[in-house]
Write a protein that binds this ligand. Structure first.
Ligand code: SAH
Length: 256
């Protein structure tokens, strides 16, 4: 597989025949990937488009790419179109959730503070973590061959999230206490709508939170009789949803 590098959207268009990549991304290509003249590289713009190129010069922390074909749309989010709303877990668990959710094709990720979230709500202190998650999402997109990068929303409280008006979407809460299965809830929902899925931190939701979310349209669904860790929940839920309504469903060919 070709190396991939993120570039600015404007760099893919235009009439230039070559593009210089420097800064962190150039450094990565030179020092980590160790590209050589003649290697094939795909430049992607983080918004869904990509363009094939060949390395025509390697400098100190700088690589010159020459386009070998036109820009086209690349692999993007799963067709289930999921906004993954994650109750903030402690430590670096969110890093793994962002990485796996990106690989599994979420359209966006919304971190929320819940009653049992360990990290306390201090929005001004969140900028560095938000930037870290954005970097992880970009890196995961690069590695898994997505041409887009899922948006990471600024952290907000669960109450604020529930108070915001809902669009035309299917809203679900992953809750171990739910009687409805994920499959039953999906089969009862209209086809073709995007999803908003709310999942709890490692301490879970308080019942009042599940009720408040239900009042805002988030139907509680179960992933089975075993209690999953927060990071397992994201992987299991997104995989199951992709089978039921996304890229893993149906019988169409999946070859790239
Ligand atoms: N409250 C629980 C565990 C929370 S697990 C306890 O401490 O015993 C973290 C999150 O994963 C939950 O908030 C829920 O969103 C999700 N989750 C875990 N197991 C689940 C299951 N079987 N079905 C649906 N969601 C589940």
């Amino acid at each position: 597989m070709s190396e991939r590098v993120r570039v600015e959207p404007s760099a893919l268009a235009g009439s230039a025949t070559a593009l210089s990549v420097d800064g962190d991304r150039g450094h990565h290509l030179v020092r980590v990937t160790r590209v050589r003249v003649g290697d094939r590289v795909v430049a992607f713009d983080g918004a869904g488009r990509e363009r094939p190129a060949e390395v025509s010069r390697v400098g100190r922390g700088e690589v010159l790419l020459s386009w070998t074909g036109p820009a086209a749309s690349g692999v993007g989010a799963d067709r289930a179109r999921v906004r993954w709303i994650q109750g903030l877990p402690k430590g670096d668990k969110m890093d793994l959730i962002v990485r796996q959710a990106t690989e599994l094709g979420v359209a966006s990720i919304a971190p929320v503070f819940t009653a049992r979230s360990i990290p306390r709500e201090q929005p001004e202190r969140w900028a560095p973590r938000l930037q870290r998650w954005e970097r992880i999402a970009e890196e995961a997109s690069r590695q898994c061959g997505r041409a887009d990068v899922p948006a990471i929303e600024a952290p907000q409280s669960l109450a604020a999230l529930c108070a915001a008006p809902a669009g035309h979407v299917v809203r679900l809460t992953a809750w171990e206490g739910a009687t409805a299965s994920l499959r039953a809830a999906i089969e009862a929902s209209a086809e073709g709508l995007p999803f908003e899925v709310l999942a709890g931190p490692e301490g879970g939701f308080e019942t009042a939170e599940v009720e408040a979310a239900a009042a805002a349209g988030f139907a509680p669904v179960s992933l089975g009789p075993r209690i999953l860790r927060a990071e397992t929940t994201a992987a299991a839920f997104l995989s199951a949803l992709s089978v039921l309504r996304g890229d893993l469903g149906g019988s169409g060919a999946m070859m790239r």
